[in-house]
Design a protein around this ligand. Structure first.
Ligand code: BT5
Length: 318
């Protein structure tokens, strides 16, 4: 229904024509139009002419995401919310109920968006993309952190394609523009024995916020695509690019392993060759970031030449 109206590109389609196209009654068409209107899509109805799409809001409903989506696996099923505590929580629930790989949860707003280690993720209404994807790779548990890096390059490339901006990736899960965070990624997993049962990849992307939309504590740290490019971005287009890129890199990874991903990742990496401090749960390590291993683990060489392998940390770049 939505697709038929969108494909008519602003021309009228009669109720009968729509009913024929979709294979349902004219009463069902009318009900369907009302549903679409409720979701914020403006549809004009003119007697004897029919229905016409006038305005698409910058929404992320299933209809809007599916229309024009060029993927085979990711985003084929979308759960859309106006508000939810966290898309990660819903994704866990749906995955546990057996949702297929590629199922996506997206919300216009999150009231308790989460970062790593129980930190908060600020997710203001309709200004960003707050989404979680369910993946079901058949892999051992220790491969899960690599998915943060796969998602990071997928988002970085999508931002580049759409805005021309050049994001940098700070290991493991931050995307930066001008040194400020524009995206955070959170990979969570559920596994049994040594195998991944499912992964939830959470992505928080600041899109159309102005500075005043961020709380005081994020003023110096956070930025958005609008702030950096001066232009409002249609979130749906960005979501579609992210899904397409992520599917591409995911399939490359499944077929060829992490090495091709590592090469792309390194091209976006901000800290390699620089002096950094890794703040780990066991203390701080300062040295030169040498790169990542073939598994995605960060390598830091201290002044005494000792090489450290970092599996999880926050990074300060000096
Ligand atoms: C992250 O954690 O960067 C992972 C963020 C993942 C968010 C997505 S949104 C969809 C899905 N549903 C969720 O509930 N979560 C995921 P971490 O590296 O721990 O960074 C968290 C820190 O980033 C916070 O302590 C703040 O300092 C900062 N921060 C919070 N909100 C931000 C924002 N909107 N933009 C930039 N920085 C932010």
């Amino acid at each position: 229904m939505f697709e038929a109206l969108a494909e008519a590109e602003g021309h009228y389609l009669s109720g009968q024509r729509l009913a024929d196209l979709i294979g349902c009654s004219r009463t069902a068409i009318w009900k369907n139009i009302e549903e679409l209107r409720k979701s914020g899509i403006e549809i004009e109805a003119v007697r004897k002419k029919g229905y016409r799409l006038i305005h698409l809001p910058d929404g992320l409903t299933e209809n809007e995401i599916l229309y024009g989506l060029e993927t085979k696996i990711l985003g084929k099923k979308v759960f859309h919310f106006d508000t939810t505590p966290s898309t990660q929580l819903i994704a866990h629930q749906e995955a546990a109920k057996g949702a297929p790989e590629g199922t996506m949860i997206v919300s216009e707003e999150q009231t308790s968006g989460k970062g790593r280690m129980l930190r908060d993720w600020h997710s203001s209404k309709q200004k960003g993309i707050w989404m979680s994807l369910i993946l079901r790779p058949i892999l051992p548990l220790e491969k899960a952190p690599q998915f943060t890096l796969i998602a990071a390059i997928a988002v970085a490339k999508a931002i580049e394609d759409i805005t021309g901006l050049e994001p940098q990736i700070k290991w493991p899960n931050d995307l930066l523009l001008n040194g400020k965070k524009v995206t955070g990624i959170l990979t969570e997993l559920q596994g049994e024995a040594d195998q991944i049962n499912y992964l939830i990849i959470g992505m928080g992307i600041n899109v159309n916020q102005e500075s005043k939309d961020f709380p005081d504590e994020l003023q110096e740290k956070a930025t958005s695509l609008l702030i950096e490019s001066g232009e409002k971005i249609k979130r749906k287009i960005l979501v579609q690019h992210i899904l397409k890129n992520l599917e591409k890199y995911y399939l490359i990874y499944i077929e060829k392993g992490f090495t091709p991903i590592k090469i792309i990742w390194e091209a976006y990496a901000v800290s390699i060759g620089k002096t950094i401090t890794a703040q780990t749960s066991r203390g701080n390590i300062t040295g030169i970031a040498e790169g990542i291993t073939n598994d995605g683990v960060l390598m830091i060489r201290e002044r005494d030449n000792q090489l450290h392998y970092i599996y999880s940390a926050d990074i300060l770049i000096h």
